[in-house]
Design a protein around this ligand. Structure first.
Ligand code: FES
Ligand code: FES
Length: 136
């Protein structure tokens, strides 16, 4: 299967790989898995007092498309408010990376990871969750 140039770029030069401190209560951690293939994605966000995502990190154990999807969304969420980040759809990711149909679930993982990270952040802060996130 041919990967798009953007997938290869993110796969070879992934942005924002790493971890944020889970004990920091401005950090939300999303850990999600894809039942279809067993791949696992961890996405973390750090939210400022104003509700803006000021940092994001990921670690993905999975295919090139999953790594590219998570790398891309860490770039996309930075500088966005929590509500704006929640509006990111897997279809946006799939379109940007030109994912073929068999790799669409990899972009679903990225959307789920954002939602799970935000849900975790909101829970830690005692905020009402905007979305119910399924995690691993
Ligand atoms: Fe899991 Fe893609 S099938 S690596
Ligand atoms: Fe499963 Fe990509 S093949 S996340």
């Amino acid at each position: 299967m041919a990967y798009s140039e953007k997938v290869i770029d993110h796969y070879e030069n992934p942005r924002n790989v790493g971890s944020l401190d889970v004990k920091d209560d401005s950090v939300g951690t999303g850990l999600v898995g894809a039942p279809a293939c067993g791949d696992v994605m961890k996405l973390q966000i750090k939210v400022s007092a104003e509700g803006v995502i000021e940092d994001a990190k990921f670690k993905t154990f999975g295919c090139g498309s999953a790594i590219a999807s998570s790398s891309l969304v860490t770039e996309w969420v930075k500088g966005k408010t929590v509500d704006e980040a929640l509006a990111i759809k897997n279809t946006d990711v799939a379109q940007e990376l030109n994912l073929p149909p068999v790799k669409i679930h990899c972009s679903v993982l990225a959307e789920d990871a954002i939602k799970a990270a935000i849900a975790d952040y909101q829970k830690k802060r005692g905020l009402t969750p905007t979305v119910k996130a399924d995690t691993v």
